[in-house]
Ligand binder design. Structure first.
Ligand code: PMP
Length: 437
């Protein structure tokens, strides 16, 4: 049995002056205790009690190259010796912008920020300024950061596919303290529902500035778009002069060098990237069409941030992207193959133990859930999963030396190898046997 005594006492100590004991609210939910990390390298992480884990949390997604990657370390180290941030311009910004324009099909121009939340805020602002309209359409089950203007909560029973427009417009705030009118310009729709989208966009297109969507619903079940659905968003938004924003904070540099928009062959007007872009160092960006980004050139749309484009972040992003781009992005094929096999391995283990579950996987991101359903392709079905059972499973996996996000979303990195996957499947075999007993 592993013990977590030092993490438990660290959490107590942290709570004295650190609100909540954790730096991001979500982290408090980890069982049996929010772990304290000591060090990490590649696919492995150690906690302060000396327990070692194969890591599939990967800091909630950014660590596409794994922990403490030697090449990334060298680049950041080198940058650091010339200064951290100048508040002046520097060559790293030009190099990164050129690199993004080269690898992202949607990127005529980019603007750099520090987090996904901030970049989404800029994308929304650009959309309103460009169209002169105010409403933003977003989807049930998607996440676009925690800013007041877009953060919502999702009741466990989702909206039906036939949600009326009145229902669609009732948007529940995501937290106490959020102003009641901060979401009045948001229209919430069920995702993967072409009829609901078509009816709304055709009837209210003249009020709508943007439709923002995750290209794959990674935040709720890793659900893929129905064939033709992203194309429909593209077609209708074009028709109605609405900006199409693809939120690729998870999928960017994860589903391929050109993100999901390259993979699915859709050209949105704006794309938001973050997480994997910096390999674990804070950076994000909005990338998009020249005529929209022009609003920043003209100074009509303000885009601010003290540490935007700082030397450490730009060096990290250049190093991460350059590493991923080697050999024409061959590393993506390897990750894909590894995770395809992994997902199949998990499905066989669920079968072997007679446990009902679904694994949705695309490239190096996957959602595993305990649910009695043949497939999970919409948010309502996703909500029927047994979350408590999964949390128990994640706890058992921790004891077996595997670190998982308690909600079911798994990430891998270029540092994960076949032996890590095999070790994980063995661990899972034991954990699932314990769940049955
Ligand atoms: N958009 C998506 C799709 C995300 O998954 C996240 C974070 N999980 C964000 C935006 C917000 O990014 P950040 O946490 O860097 O603010």
């Amino acid at each position: 049995m592993k013990t977590y005594d030092k993490s438990i006492s660290r959490l107590q100590a942290a709570k004295q002056h650190l609100a909540g004991g954790v730096a991001s609210s979500l982290r408090a939910s980890m069982k049996p205790v929010p772990l304290y990390a000591e060090s990490a390298k590649g696919a492995r992480i150690r906690d302060v009690d000396g327990n070692e884990y194969i890591d599939y949390l990967l800091a909630y997604g950014p660590l596409i190259l794994g922990h403490s990657h030697d090449g990334l370390n060298a680049s950041v180290n080198q940058a650091m010796h010339s200064g951290y941030a100048f508040g002046l311009q520097h060559d790293g910004e030009i190099e990164l912008a050129n690199l993004l324009a080269q690898v992202l099909p949607c990127a005529d121009k980019v603007s750099l920020s520090g987090s996904g939340t901030e970049a989404v805020m800029l994308a929304l602002r650009l959309s309103r300024a460009f169209t002169g309209k105010t409403k933003i359409v977003r989807f049930h089950g998607h996440y676009h950061g925690w800013s007041d203007s877009i953060f919502t909560s999702f009741p466990s029973s989702g909206m039906s596919q036939q949600a009326s427009e009145a229902e669609a417009s009732r948007v529940p705030p995501g937290t106490f303290g959020q102003s009641a009118n901060s979401l009045e310009d948001i229209i919430l729709l069920p995702w993967n529902d072409p009829a609901a989208l078509e009816s709304l966009l055709r009837s209210r297109g003249d009020e709508i500035a943007a439709v923002i969507t995750e290209p794959v619903m990674c935040n709720s079940g890793c659900i893929q778009p129905l064939p033709g659905y992203l194309e429909l968003i593209r077609k209708l938004t074009e028709e109605q002069q609405i900006v199409m924003i693809m939120d690729e904070v998870i999928t960017g540099f994860r589903l391929g060098l050109g993100g999901a928009h390259e993979r699915f062959g859709i050209l949105p007007d704006l794309v938001v990237i973050g997480k994997a872009m910096g390999g674990g160092i804070a950076i994000s960006a909005v990338a998009g069409k020249a005529e929209i980004m022009q609003l920043v050139d003209d100074g009509k749309v303000s885009h601010l941030g003290t540490l935007n484009g700082n030397c450490i972040s730009t060096a990290a992003a250049i190093a991460t992207i350059s590493h991923l781009a080697q050999d024409n992005g061959a590393v993506y094929g390897r990750m894909e193959e590894l995770f395809n096999g992994f997902a199949d391995g998990i499905r066989s283990l669920l079968g072997k133990h007679g446990i009902a579950g679904v694994v949705n996987q695309i490239g190096p991101v996957m959602h595993m859930m305990f649910i009695d359903a043949a497939e999970v392709n919409d948010f309502d079905t996703f909500n029927q999963r047994d979350s408590a059972r999964y949390a128990r499973f994640a706890e058992l996996m921790l004891e077996e030396g595997v670190l998982l996000r308690p909600n079911g979303l798994w990430y891998i990195s270029t540092a994960h190898h076949k032996r890590d996957i095999e070790e994980t499947l063995d661990a899972m075999d034991r954990a699932l046997a314990r769940m049955r007993s």
